[in-house]
Design a protein around this ligand. Structure first.
Ligand SMILES: [Zn+2]
Length: 265
């Protein structure tokens, strides 16, 4: 395999890992924000429930006062009945007493309705209190996890960037390496990756077939053959193709192992 291609494989692995770590870094603050919003919703729900409870209590206090007032008035009217003389007077008093009793019945119904609303607000307060407790703990845990991940990823990125600079320096120092490096950078910039592994007669990045002659040249393992040092590109997507002969070996590779083995023969 072309030595530049081997360095490019390493470089791509480093670039992809840095990209993955950076993406994870960006997700951390978002996770914190989502957890903060959830907790703020619990707080708002708790506040709304407490406000509702206070409102209903105040309402019932005024209803009770009004009931007492009407009861007092009805008692006074009954007293007046004892001394009433004319039928018209009695009828007017009866009418007023009836009106007082109706008002009292209506106020008592309203009080019952208020008690029912209070039960609802108490349930909501209980749920919101519990949710607030859980989501406060979750937020704290997410903050710790994100801070930890941020520190670890920042350190890992710094480390891989140093290795990446070394890989790029190796490429820049090899004859023809500058051209390969700039081709890699150009394709990676537009396609996301500059290299693609050819697997089973296909470019694994764009899934298009590699022509049989090119496949033969690509997979030719003779180090003295005409194409041993050629870097082929995919005719469809333009990525530089590499072939890993270990694909044919009767060995099972763990994720990432094949690539590191290919780049450090
Ligand atoms: Zn392709």
């Amino acid at each position: 395999m072309n030595a530049d291609l081997e360095h490019l494989i390493t470089l791509q692995a480093q670039d992809l890992e840095i990209r993955r770590l950076r993406q994870q870094l960006g997700e951390g603050p978002l996770q914190v924000k989502v957890a903060e919003e959830k907790r703020a919703q619990d707080e708002a729900a708790l506040q709304a429930a407490e406000k509702g409870l206070a409102r209903e209590e105040a309402l019932r206090r005024s209803q009770e006062l009004e009931v007492k007032e009407r009861q007092g008035k009805a008692a006074r009217l009954r007293k007046q009945m004892e001394t009433a003389t004319s039928a018209a007077q009695i009828s007017a008093l009866e009418h007023e007493i009836g009106f007082c009793e109706q008002s009292i019945a209506r106020l008592e119904d309203e009080e019952l309705a208020s008690l029912e609303r209070t039960e609802g607000f108490e349930r909501a307060r209980g749920q919101a209190t519990l949710a607030l407790e859980v989501d406060t703990a979750t937020l704290a845990a997410i903050r710790v996890r994100v801070a930890d991940l941020t520190a670890r990823n920042a350190a890992a990125i710094a480390c891989i960037e140093a290795e990446r600079s070394a890989t790029r320096a190796l490429l820049a120092g090899s004859p023809g390496g500058e051209a390969h490096l700039s081709a890699y950078d150009r394709i990676a910039k537009s396609k996301g990756t500059g290299l693609s592994e050819a697997i089973d007669h296909k470019c694994s990045a764009c899934q298009m077939m590699v022509r049989p002659q090119r496949w033969n040249d690509l997979t030719d393992r003779d180090p003295h053959s005409e194409h041993a040092q050629t870097i082929f590109t995919c005719e469809t997507c333009g990525r530089m193709l590499y072939y890993d002969p270990r694909r044919d070996a009767p060995v099972r590779w763990a994720a990432g192992e094949r690539l590191s083995a290919a780049s450090n023969p």
